[in-house]
Design a protein around this ligand. Structure first.
Ligand code: NCD
Ligand code: ZN
Ligand code: ZN
Ligand code: ZN
Length: 402
């Protein structure tokens, strides 16, 4: 049977379906933007797996005055190459996203993105609650971000009264909180019933503090961990390229995070993709942050093959939970329905579980042009990413995308 234009046809491909893997012999998926007269015939003679497209709840897009580091186009291409179909931008841009005018500029800038995306709106050190409440009506605004410690940007909130006001009035707060600031935000969230999303939880101590609240109020406290805290530990010879907030932990921290995943205490994996240029990292006062959006799928697939995590856990951490917590997608559910595979499969990634590559060999899409994982030889890189029914990444044939 001939293949029609603009179809993706996959033979003998493995599909992740409700926690199990099925092999489908003849899969035909309509795609909107494969170039005319081209078809995508995927012969899965190798070990290929079709998995739901990932959602990244924590991305620093940088666009506006720091677009030399990254913009919506470059970050979305990097994300698509990493198997993502949706991401949420952080507000610590320059200027920061703390007022409605900047938000609408941000939304406009995001038109360049090849993926759908959303925004965390920033809480300012100057009371901007009015703008926050107005912004919250926009369904692309997924939470309000509060910075309680020094990090990139200047959204640090130090005024206790203002902090209480935010907790009293905001429904879902995402926080950058380290050390004693973790105790503080837990206390405030308890006092006011605020939903609290704790970004980039670093290690054992942090997890121990939050765990009792997570267990007692599973729908009010949410724990995010990053790939770099899961896969890297602090080393004596670490340079600026291993500097980020919160800093890397030791082996015990790393073990605690993996254990948190096994125990179901961790809700999401975010990249905290925080691109800075090589020359900025080599400067006298290097900025904090590391890029990560292109490597997370391969890192997690590698962990799956090494039996450190199940596909079902990856699905919850990187698709289902972020969608539910931040109300993304139809019924907050980016999960594909196996009965609609032939007609409605719109957000997915196909990964190659048979060949090893490094990120460098693949070509780095982020403007950062480096990665803490760039020389890691990994299995499980995306071959094809489809978002919203459109082909957004293909290493199969780069000329396919219209
Ligand atoms: C982030 C950045 O560069 O924007 N840096 C980082 O080290 N994680 C900010 C942040 O998430 O704290
Ligand atoms: Zn942070
Ligand atoms: Zn951070
Ligand atoms: Zn961050």
């Amino acid at each position: 049977m001939g293949l029609k234009d603009m179809e993706l046809k996959a033979e003998k491909i493995k599909i992740f379906n409700q926690g199990k893997i099925e092999t489908v012999s003849d899969l035909v998926i309509p795609i909107k933007n494969i170039k005319k007269n081209k078809q995508l015939l995927l012969k899965a003679d190798r070990d290929w797996l079709l998995f739901p497209g990932l959602i990244d709840p924590h991305v620093h897009v940088r666009d506006f005055e720091q677009s030399h580091k990254e913009d919506f186009l470059s970050v979305s291409q990097a994300a698509a190459a990493g198997g993502y179909v949706y991401f949420i931008d952080m507000p610590n841009s320059q200027p920061p996203v703390v007022d409605l005018k900047t938000l609408s500029k941000r939304v406009k800038a995001a038109n360049l993105s090849c993926l759908e995306c959303g925004f965390h709106f920033g809480a300012s050190s100057q009371d901007n609650l009015e703008a926050i409440l107005e912004a919250a009506k926009n369904n692309k605004v997924h939470s309000v971000k509060l910075y309680l410690n020094h990090t990139t940007g200047d959204l640090l909130i130090e005024n206790q009264k203002l902090l209480e006001k935010y907790f009293r009035n905001i429904d879902l707060i995402s926080v950058h909180a380290e050390q004693e600031k973790i105790d503080l935000v837990i206390k405030l969230a308890k006092k006011y019933g605020t939903k609290l999303y704790l970004c980039h939880v670093r290690g054992r101590e942090e997890l121990e503090k939050i765990r009792p609240y997570k267990l007692k109020y599973p729908n009010r406290f949410f724990i995010e961990v990053t790939l770099h805290h899961l896969f890297l530990t602090k080393q004596a010879d670490d340079d600026a390229f291993k500097m980020m907030k919160p800093s890397l932990g030791g082996k015990d921290d790393q073990a605690a995070l993996w254990q948190g995943i096994k125990q179901g205490v961790v809700d999401t994996i975010g990249t905290d993709h925080a691109p800075h240029l090589i020359k900025e990292k080599k400067s006298k006062e290097p900025p904090f942050g590391v890029p990560g959006i292109e490597t997370s799928m391969a890192l997690m697939m590698q962990a799956y093959l090494e039996k450190n995590i199940t596909l079902q856990q990856i699905f919850y951490l990187m698709v289902k939970n972020p969608a539910q917590i931040f109300k993304i997608g139809e019924n907050y559910n980016y999960c594909y329905n196996p009965n609609q595979i032939k007609t409605k499969l719109r957000d997915f990634v196909i990964v190659d579980l048979s060949s090893k590559h490094t990120l460098k060999q693949r070509g780095i899409k982020s403007k950062a042009k480096w990665s803490p994982f760039e020389d890691w030889s990994l299995i499980g890189w995306p071959k094809i990413t489809v978002a919203g029914g459109r082909l957004v990444y293909s290493d199969y044939n780069q000329n396919m995308i219209d």
